[in-house]
Every structure is written in C-alpha cells, then in structure tokens.
Design a protein around this ligand. Structure first.
Ligand SMILES: Nc1nc2c(c(=O)[nH]1)N[C@H]1C(S)=C(S)[C@@H](COP(=O)(O)OP(=O)(O)OC[C@H]3O[C@@H](n4cnc5c(=O)[nH]c(N)nc54)[C@H](O)[C@@H]3O)O[C@H]1N2
Ligand SMILES: Nc1nc2c(c(=O)[nH]1)N[C@H]1C(S)=C(S)[C@@H](COP(=O)(O)OP(=O)(O)OC[C@H]3O[C@@H](n4cnc5c(=O)[nH]c(N)nc54)[C@H](O)[C@@H]3O)O[C@H]1N2
Ligand SMILES: [Mo]
Length: 766
C-alpha cells in the first residue's frame, strides 16, 4: 500500500509585485513596435535562424497553422508574413529552446514550483519526457510511455463507473486528435467531456443554435470586404485577434464603417498600422473605429434594445429601415420582439447603458442606412450570467436588418483557440447527439453512452464531491483557466489520478491528484514523422473552413508522442485488443482517422482531398438561409430581459480580461503595451471619479473581494491604476483574478462562468 503524502502546494503561486512602470495608453495597434516585439520574443526563445525559418511557414499553404487564435488565413497569404505579434509570441512559446526534463524535476519539487508565478512556470521550457508524480513523493520522476499508458488504463478500470472519469479538452488539438479522443471516451462509456469552450464561446453556441440553427458564425473572411458596417462588441481584436484588423482595414478602404461597443477604448479599435504593408508601418495608420460606444459592463442588452427602439421609430417614419420582406419570409417572433421593446423607456435604457445619446444616435443612423452588417463579438458578451441573451439581442438586430445569408453580412463570434471550433465539430461535447451516436455505432460497431456528460463547472463540482476520481486533459491549464481557483484546486487534489497531455509546464501539473502524469506531446510547429513519412493534420478556423497544418521544426525532444498516438495507446492499453476499434493503428495513421471522420461527421466527405490548399468550408445553414430545423422552419427573434445586478455602495463590477502579453494562462511577458502598463500584472483599472469618491490614489495597494452566497473570496495585492473605464466598473487580468469567480455562478443555459461581471469590493492594504 502506498503512503499518501499531503503535499504543501501553493495554489496561487507568487503574488509579489514585479516593478510597475506606467505610460500613456497607445492609440494605435501593430505598426513597428509590434514587429520589433514579435522578433524580440522569437529571437530570445528560438534563436535568429529558427525564428525566420518558422515564421516563413506559419499560416502559409504548405506550412503550419498558427498555434494562437482561430482567425482565418486569407486565400492569398501576405509575402511579408501571415502572422501577427501575438502569433509570433505563441510560436516562440512553443518552439522555445528551453527544456523541462528529468534534471529540472529532480532539482525542483512540485511544492517549490507551485510558489512560482504562472509567468515563471511557463518560461521554464518544453516538456521532454513522460513523468509521474507518485503519491508518496513531491518530485516528478521519469516513467516509460508503456508504463504510463498502463497506469492510466488500470486506474480507469478501477473506477466503479466510467462517469467517475473526466476528460477535458483545450482547443489546440487537431481534428484528428479530438475525434479519436472523443471516440475513446465514448467507447470507455462516458460523455464527461468538459471543454475550454464551456468557459469561452458556449454562450454563442447556445444562442446561435436556438435562433439560427447552427452554433457557429455565418460570415466568411471576404464578407468583411463587402460589409457596410462591422460592429465589434465585447472583443479586443488588437490584442487577441490582431489579423482581424487587416479585415477591418479592408472594410474601411471599401467605404464601410466600424462601430465598437466596449467599456474600454481598446487601442486596436482606434487606429491600425498594418505591419504587412510598408506604408502601414511608416504612416500614421488607418483609423478604424467610426463610433465608439463606451457601454458599461454587462449593459449591452440595454444598449442594443435602445438602438432597436430608435430604429423601430425610424422604420415607422420611413418604412424601409427594417427588411420587412426578409422578416416575413425567414423569421418568427417579430411582433413579440417589437412589443417587448415598447415596454422600455429610452431614458431608462440610455441611463443603464452609460453611453451619451448623441453617440447612440450616430450609430443608429449608420445602422438605419445600411443593409449589410456584420456583428463580431467575443468574451465581453459570453462571460456573463445573461451571456446567451447578449448574443440573442445581437441576432435580433441582424434579423431586423435582414443582415444574414448574403454577402457582407452575418454573425461572427470570434473564436479563441486555434481549433476550438473544430474540436466541437468532430465530437468533443458533453451533450448527447443521437445522430453522432448512430453514426459512430454504424462505423465502429459499438454503442456510445446516451447519458448527458458533465461540462466544466459541473466536472469541478463532481471532483470536489469525490464523485469523479480521474481527470485527464488533452491540453490546456484547467486549474488556472477555470473559475474559483481554490475550489478547483481542492477538486483536482481529490482525484486519484490526474493526467495532462501537454507541451509546456503549467500550474495544473503542480496542483494534482494523488498520482499525476505528464505526457509530453508534439506542438503544432513540429514535424511529425512516422516510418519516414511526414504526417499532417487538419483544423477548422473561426469561419468554418477546414484545412491542413503540417509542422516543420525539429521536435523539442526525441521522446515526444503526437496526441493521436498517445490517445491510441491509452485506448489500446485499456481495451487490450478486445474492442472493435483498431485503436493503436488509428493513433498512428491519421489518414485512417480522416477516412473514419469522413464517414462519421457530416460535411467531412472526401476530407483527405478537400483539405488541400486553402481548404473547404463546412456546411452552414445560415449562409443558405435554411432554417428548416427550427420552430416553424424560421429564424427566431428572442425576447431578452435586462440583466440584474445588486450592487451596494462601495461595490463594483469587475471584468477579468487579457493583457497584450499572454495567451490565456500562458504569460508571454509582463507588458500590456497598448494600455500603457509595463512590468506588472497585478493591477486593477479604475475610473478617476471612483478613485476620488473612495479616496484611492494611483498605485494604492488593494485586495479584491467577492462575496457570493456569504462566502468571501479574496485576490490579494493589486495596484490601482486610473483609467478610461466607466464609473462603477473595474478591469483586471485573468488568471490572477479567477479566485474571485464563484464556481456555482455561471451563465443561464450555457454554464459559462461569469468572468466578465463579478461583483467585488476593494480593501485598501496600508
Ligand atoms: N494574444 C492572445 N490572443 C488570444 C487569446 C489570448 O489570451 N492572447 N485568447 C484566445 C481566446 S481562448 C479567446 S476566447 C479570445 C478572447 O478574446 P477577447 O474576448 O477579445 O478577450 P478578453 O481580453 O477577454 O476581452 C474581452 C473584451 O471585451 C470587453 N468587455 C468586457 N466586458 C464587456 C461587456 O460587458 N460588454 C462589452 N461590450 N464589452 C466587454 C473588454 O473590455 C475586452 O475588450 O482570444 C483568443 N486569442
Ligand atoms: N477569469 C477568466 N477566466 C477565463 C477566461 C477569462 O476571460 N477570464 N477565459 C476563458 C477562456 S475564453 C478559455 S478558452 C479558457 C482557456 O483554458 P485552457 O485552454 O485550459 O488554457 P490555456 O491557457 O489556453 O492552456 C495552455 C496550456 O496548453 C498546453 N498546450 C499548448 N499547446 C498545446 C498543444 O498543441 N497540445 C497540447 N496537448 N497541449 C498544449 C500547454 O501546456 C499550456 O500550458 O480560460 C477561460 N478562463
Ligand atoms: Mo477562449
């Protein structure tokens, strides 16, 4: 019998300050500084020669897909390079020359590593060999691949029910890996497939599914060339999807207008200096936003209702503001919507939104005179209690204007991880799909389970209660990404076994179950060879286009396995050849996986051939204006309610956002250049009037406190920074602030944690 050591783990790591420097926020994105910073990062991590070689292949047709965000590549990639500053940083992070090997783990215990900051942990380098943390130890030690597979298989056999295991996926995995993973999980017997989307665009999936019949966006990249208006709402493209700025620039060059809706005036939305054009780098850049609506946090529904109300008045006067032909032919619920809007007063909506009336009127005038509108959004809409309604209200606006299913118009939820959308398409989901199950049964000869599985928040709860005992993650950093860090830590620490298939070390490798495994895997940029033959895989971008990705860098270590290989081997160790699926063979032969994908997933017919070159679009019913699967075979208007917040005196609404120097929990550096914050992440942005009102000075040290269900949660040591943000609102970075987000407070229907509207108070540290 093993002894079990109670490890002394620091869940949050270092909360020390790092030496802040403040400058004026920038009013343009990209330009020369972006090129400089991109190259600094790649040179430092990868060396000069490897940097240029890799960057030349990123997002090119025969190259690899950027490991950063999911923004699509143009059909003709730029010769100056089809990547952005943050894509270059993502590459540098993955292709770094630094290594985390056995020597590293013998030197540092998990106890010591856990006291480091996420930044320090991430900068340690690439994982190079499979490692195990035994119940009686505080040091990871090497384990052979065979024994690692065996350990997983034995633990899975030991569970009383397959539902005691949780299988998480982060959106970096390829279609092939995700498909095989989902297949194994179903063959094992559970639908417990929480996914990073649960914390991300789940609200979009639910809202779009219910209103338009597909949980994905409808626009293609070329629609930006034709749009009369692009609304960017709750999204910071300058940092998180920089290549989107080129699309906005094109829209503007063709006479289109950009309206942004955001509590912050994000640099990328003001002006853009395109680093892919010589003139872009040298000139003052393109001014991108025509109208900025500085909405208060979570008051988008109020603002959208106000705009719809004003448009309704104009439509009654002029008669041609709404597309009545479209409304009649394709939609359901118009009268109910208009009636419900009549119930609100303009004054009430205006006050709630926090925007000046003249600015709203200017936006309404543009919308009234346009027929081709695209609405783009991201986490600023999804991560609220009413996240689903936020998006439904956007759909209402598009339906009223007939801005769907035609060039230059439509929905554009801008996805996060580079293949998060593809993972879902190929079967990573906790819901049961009868169609998918039947298709799997027909192709593979086994019956998948038909009990609903657990999503992220419910998986945490199950582990916390001891109802789930094995946690496996295909990528990601579950501990830091999920809400309620301390609660999530207890949940993971309750497990018998935690398994992480990862490229880089992160906090989830340190806050573990009794036994923990690190299974190191190849990154996107790395060459993947089997029996002398180079393998490639496929991914789906944010606009539903599937294409190939083929790495070219030499792998970080000779002892890495690809994700499909690892999954195939685990499945093989579990089933011991006693199963109709040829697991081992599938794990090694991606062509065979694609053949199966072709027969199981609709739209993937002929995948091997069609994925060549710039790839192919998956079917999309909104593009075809086919709403046959919805009630009355029509697109649905929705009546949405205003969100309710009980905010007492001294309390604020906090949004937890990304700095310009991170990819989710991977911290590239400590500089949020556009916001003028350097060398520090423990900051909270506050309106000057609030500072005056509550007697805060610049750089005062405060603790942030949330109090839900009478439980106090505290994030300590943050510096107050005066900023252009609405009164009553605060902004701070995630993951440091995830301790404040209660695990049991999430969006209705989508269960996405409320990371963008947390009620908090501040405590001054003297
Ligand atoms: N470089 C880089 N790229 C990334 C990522 C990264 O971390 N780094 N992450 C990737 C992932 S997984 C995702 S999901 C995306 C995230 O992309 P974003 O959603 O752009 O990321 P956030 O920083 O969370 O920014 C949310 C934006 O919404 C605004 N906002 C917050 N609350 C509200 C609100 O109530 N209403 C409105 N209108 N706006 C609001 C904030 O001010 C901010 O500008 O980016 C992807 N790309
Ligand atoms: N408070 C707050 N919390 C949030 C958010 C927020 O805005 N506020 N945003 C949420 C969102 S939108 C998301 S998507 C989640 C992100 O949640 P996750 O996807 O779980 O987190 P990441 O930080 O993207 O995961 C980074 C890790 O993935 C691993 N990795 C990188 N590349 C690969 C690969 O190719 N293969 C494998 N196997 N592993 C790889 C590395 O080990 C790295 O440490 O966080 C959510 N959490
Ligand atoms: Mo995301």
């Amino acid at each position: 019998m093993n002894t079990i050591k109670k490890r002394n783990i620091s869940v949050l790591g270092s909360t020390e300050f790092t030496g802040i420097k403040l400058e004026k926020p920038t009013d343009y994105a990209a330009g020369l500084p972006a090129v400089k910073v991109a190259l600094q990062h790649t040179f430092k991590e990868m060396g000069v020669v490897r940097s240029f070689r890799a960057l030349a292949h990123m997002n090119q047709k025969e190259g690899f897909d950027c490991p950063g965000c999911a923004w699509p590549d143009p059909d003709k990639p730029s010769k100056l390079g089809e990547y952005c500053e943050n894509g270059a940083k993502a590459l540098a992070e993955e292709a770094t020359n630094k290594k985390v090997d056995n020597d590293f783990f013998s030197k540092y215990s998990v106890e010591e590593l856990s006291t480091w900051s996420d930044f320090q942990i991430g900068k340690s380098g690439r994982l190079t060999e499979p490692m195990v943390l035994r119940p009686d130890s505080v040091h990871y030690e090497p384990i052979s691949w065979e024994n690692a597979y065996k350990l997983v298989a034995e633990e899975l056999h030991r569970l009383d029910s397959p539902d005691e295991a949780i299988f998480y996926t982060s959106g970096r995995s390829s279609n092939e890996a995700a498909f095989l993973y989902g297949l194994f999980i179903r063959a094992y017997g559970t639908n417990n497939m929480p996914d990073c989307s649960n914390m991300c665009h789940e609200s979009s999936g639910v809202a779009l599914g219910e209103t338009l019949g597909i949980g994905k966006g409808s626009v293609k990249l070329e629609d930006f060339d034709k749009a009369e208006v692009v609304m960017v709402i709750g999204q910071n493209p300058g940092t998180n999807h920089p290549r989107m700025l080129s699309a906005l620039q094109k829209c503007k060059e063709n006479g289109g207008k950009v309206i942004s809706v955001n509590p912050l005036e994000e640099a990328g939305l003001i002006r853009f200096k395109n680093p892919q054009e010589v003139k872009g780098v040298l000139s003052t850049g393109t001014s991108l936003t025509d109208i900025h609506l500085q909405v208060k946090i979570n008051q988008d529904v109020a603002l959208l209702k106000l705009m719809i109300k004003k448009l309704t008045v104009l439509d009654t006067e002029k008669g041609n503001v709404f597309d009545h032909e479209f409304i009649k032919k394709y939609t359901n619920g118009f009268e109910e919507l208009i009636k419900s809007i009549e119930g609100y007063s303009e004054k009430e909506l205006l006050t709630l939104s926090g925007v000046e009336e003249s600015v709203v009127d200017a936006a309404v005038e543009i919308l009234a005179n346009s027929k081709k509108i695209i609405i783009c959004w991201a986490m600023g809409l999804t991560q609220h209690k009413n996240g689903v309604d936020n998006i439904k209200e956007c759909v209402n606006l598009l339906l009223l204007k007939g801005s769907l299913g035609k060039p230059g118009a439509g929905t554009c939820p801008v996805r996060g991880h580079s293949n998060v959308q593809g993972d879902r398409t190929v079967g990573i989901m906790h819901h049961v799909s009868t169609e998918l199950n039947q298709s799997i049964q027909k192709t593979f000869g086994f019956t998948p389970p038909n009990k609903e599985g657990l999503d992220t928040v419910h998986a945490i709860e199950a582990m916390h209660k001891g109802q789930a005992k094995v946690f496996m993650a295909l990528g990601g950093n579950f501990l830091s990404a999920a809400s309620d860090t301390n609660f999530t830590a207890e949940a993971l620490q309750n497990c018998e076994l935690t398994i992480n298939v990862s490229t880089k070390l992160n906090r989830t490798h340190l806050v573990t179950g009794k036994t923990a495994l690190i299974l190191p895997t190849l990154g996107r940029s790395e060459v993947d060879i089997k029996d002398g033959k180079q393998r490639f895989f496929t991914v789906e971008n944010s606009m539903g286009k599937v294409h190939r990705s083929k790495g070219m860098m030499s792998p970080a270590s000779g002892n890495l396995k690809s994700e499909p290989e690892i999954i195939g081997e685990i499945a093989n160790a579990y089933f011991k050849n006693n199963h109709p699926v040829p697991w081992k063979q599938l794990g090694e032969d991606y062509e065979l996986i694609r053949e199966k994908l072709t027969s199981v997933i609709k739209g993937f017919e002929d995948l091997e051939k069609k994925s060549k070159g710039s790839g192919f679009y998956l079917p999309n019913n909104v593009r075809d204006l086919d709403f046959s699967k919805l009630p009355n075979q029509k697109a649905q208007f929705s009546v949405c309610h205003l969100p309710k917040h009980e905010i007492k005196k001294g309390e604020f609404l906090l949004m937890t956002i990304r700095s310009h120097d991170q990819f989710n929990t991977t911290i590239y550096g400590l500089n949020d250049r556009y916001r003028g914050v350097f060398n520090e992440r423990r900051i909270v942005l506050m309106n000057k009037n609030d500072m005056r009102k509550y007697a805060f000075e610049k750089l005062d040290v405060v603790n942030l406190i949330s109090s839900y269900d009478n439980i106090e949660r505290k994030a300590i040591n943050f510096l107050v920074i005066p900023f252009n943000i609405p009164e009553g609102n605060l902004a701070s970075y995630f993951p440091e602030t995830n301790v404040l987000v209660p695990y049991n407070h999430f969006a209705d229907k989508s269960n996405t944690p409320i990371s963008k509207s947390i009620v908090i108070s501040l405590e001054k540290v003297e």
